[in-house]
Write a protein that binds this ligand. Sequence first.
Ligand code: R5P
Length: 312
Amino acid sequence: MDGRLLIFSGSANPELAKEIARCLRMNVGRALVGQFRNGETRIKIHDNVRGCDVFVIQPTCNPVDHHLMELLLLIDALRRASATRVTAVIPYYGYAKQEKKTAGREPISAKLVANLIRTAGADRVLTMDLHAPAIEGFFDIPVDHLQAAPMLADYIHSLNLANPVVVSPDAGGVGRANRFRERIGAGLAIIAKQRPEPDTAEVLEMVGEVDGKTAIIVDDMISTGGTLVEAAHTLLDRGACKVYACATHGIFASDALEIIAQSSMIETIVTNTIPQSSLTSQARVRTISVAPLFAEAIMRIHKDLSLSALFA
Ligand code: R5P
């Protein structure tokens, strides 16, 4: 790709953007990302981007709509300022859980968001662990979909846990848990969960042997923490000696950190796709940085190199 490589950031995760830029030995581009007094989002790009290959780093985490709007306006501003190519780098893709209708008269929000990003002028998307891989197909532009599993698995492997068993906390996560299990050489257990209402999780049944083992729950995200804590109770009831958890996106909505702190979870490992507060340490949450992986992916996209090696 001709043209200079530039990185810009919205206000969602400026620390991650700085860390990615540091890995690439560059600075984050200068831009005003703020608000008018009437509450509308205000964007002004200060650097010249004409003819450049620009990457905008913005996870659409809470406040989701605000961060999404910043992303859309940043892309629009860059397009209008004649950037040659704009890549939306969305480490955490919000609205992903609304990727299908579960009842009549509901939106498919993840598809609408994909349309908005494309309409704003993004040429490509770089993201990580979409809640549903099918969301990739909601875009008619190239999507590079990174995975945090290799990093999370390396950390778990380094703990040398005795008798490890990887647990999927719901039926939808079995493929993910199985791939994780293969990486660390562990057994597999599967929990069947139901949601009697949104944001409430209930364990129905569990398949697999966990008695006397160290259980590692693997999920894509922790939102209210309900899924995690319910799964941990079940595992301990069935004889697991210790429970760890790994998830790419630590959303920690409402009192999630409190309930995790009060649970018997030994350690919960997440990444910094979403910025983490200092409260995480009280809940025994460890954060692993995805910045080096994103930096490598950005460099490869810029140089038109394959990204396959990053998915291994
Ligand atoms: C469910 O399909 C996801 O993979 C997660 O298990 C879920 O989003 C976690 O949500 P919560 O922490 O609110 O139970």
